[in-house]
Design a protein. Sequence first.
Length: 154
Amino acid sequence: MTDEQLQQWVEQISLQYFKRPFLHKATFNARLKATGGRYFTKTHHIEISPHQLETFGKDETEKIIKHELCHYHLHLLGLGYKHRDAAFKQLLQHVGGARYCQTLPDREQRKPEPYRYKLQCEACQLVYMRKRKVDPKKYVCGKCRGKLRLYEIT
Ligand SMILES: [Zn+2]
Ligand SMILES: [Zn+2]
């Protein structure tokens, strides 16, 4: 999708859901990684992350556009346009926008590591799951202070 097509798309969503024209610029910004979209209060421009479109598809991107348009229209109308403002929350719900400027998956949000080891207490048999190899001699059972043995899970 080109910037021009994005512009048309935002204009169309604006008219359809907000009954008001979008008179500023909407562009893709490939550097936007932490959020799906951004609204600039100084220029009234909207930026959308192209990764948003690639990763989440058109429906989710439309919700982000609605979210940014909520900032846009409320700001221009002089109403509460920030996330915590009641007017913002109401309008967002009304048009079905994304609750947040969606965070794209990055290193932190990757699938959690699987447990590859277990420590088992030789006395009470209690099991402790571990993601990394640990030295069982350095620990004792938290319940009975018994000796622990390390097992690799395959
Ligand atoms: Zn926002
Ligand atoms: Zn124990």
